[in-house]
Design a protein around this ligand. Sequence first.
Ligand code: ACO
Length: 330
Amino acid sequence: MTAATPLVEIVSTGRYLPDRVVTNRDMESILETSDEWIFERTGIRERRLAPPGMTAAHMGAGAARIAMERAGVAPEDVDILIVSTATPDRWLPATACDIQALIGARKAVAFDISAACSGFIYALTLAEGHLSTGRGEIALVIATEKMSSIVDWEDRATCVLFGDGAGAAIVRKSSGERGILGTHHQSDGNLAELLYRPAGGAAIPMDEEVLRDRTHLVRMSGREVFKHAVRAMAGASKQALALSGWELEDVDLMFPHQANIRIIKGTARYVGLPMEKVFVNVDRYGNMSSATIPVAMDEAIEEGRLQPGMKLLLVAFGAGLTWGAMAVRW
Ligand code: ACO
């Protein structure tokens, strides 16, 4: 198969993480849990939690400013601003519009997408479509998540898994070999209730009963999600590789959604990649939903691990269920 030609490339990244570090030991003081239990099952040691006044928009704007500065892009140059979030600050308007106002991206068309943990790569695909059909030159893709605001702090099986943070990327038309090659996205709404917030939306609006039963908070069937995650991410990775014209051996670095080290290891094993080629930081941040991939990429660049010319595989899975993978030449 001949190699695909990229339409757009990621030219820079940025990240914003709240300062407050909450370790598993800290969790022991508020929940009946232990560092051993959490670490053994998830690989998580600590996560960042945003203070009450810090919104998803603040974190997203922080990550965006860094990505724009690194790309030499002024806010007023941004043509499209897409925000992936499972934790919008308000139901109306989109968090993207709040970020637009915060950073001064005056001419950008701004909107949110809802694809849970898969949202960053879904948003990259939307940016690719927008730019490659001539609707603009510069896209700002942001994933920002204040997961601490939607998890149930009385449910020890879920609240220990998540953290807060944001990542961002500037995307432009590709000028050469760099860029997004094969992409595969998939969803299965029949499995929506494996990971969801049962109430608090239009179907069951917020009322005293909802608040009492805490059904506006995240509910998850952990084992089922685990099983689907590994299978789906491995399948999507293979599809993206086939579409890009790459062999498995070509992949230099994989950026899997950072939900859980066992899901990451299972995915790598099914795909056939050694863990040396897999970027992991779930130990320090937990699951920041769609923000995990851009934050990981940003750290890999800073550490010098992500080098020009490398062939990358981004792969994610989340509520919906949604999943997908993307082959990217860096
Ligand atoms: N501390 C101590 N004990 C706990 C905790 C905790 N934090 N949470 C649950 N337990 C207990 C349970 O009460 C249960 O006790 P019991 O046997 O007395 O009833 C026991 O541990 C086992 O509970 P399980 O839920 O069966 O534990 P399991 O081994 O399945 O691990 C886990 C749970 C870690 C959530 C696992 O299912 C998992 O990793 N699932 C993947 C979910 C995930 O990562 N989702 C992220 C969102 S989707 C995405 O981003 C990909």
